[in-house]
Design a binder for this molecule. Sequence first.
Ligand SMILES: [Zn+2]
Length: 80
Amino acid sequence: MLVILVLLVIIIFVSVLNILSEILSKSKCPDASTLKRVVLGRARNSPGLVSSVQKHLGRCEKCRSKIDGIVNGAKNEMEI
Ligand SMILES: [Zn+2]
């Protein structure tokens, strides 16, 4: 009985944490340099950051529209 109770508490705790992190990542946009690093694949050494930014991009129209600018800017940098 106690085991079931503990499991329930853990499940509730994890789902609350998920909801909280969802709310936090929804309200906060990554800054321009972070976004650039992730989009250009320069943040491979921090997979947590990459996945959180990717999740954010799935929801945030504003940041998605910045990606085009970043990619074009990177192309220009390479041509110079
Ligand atoms: Zn955003």
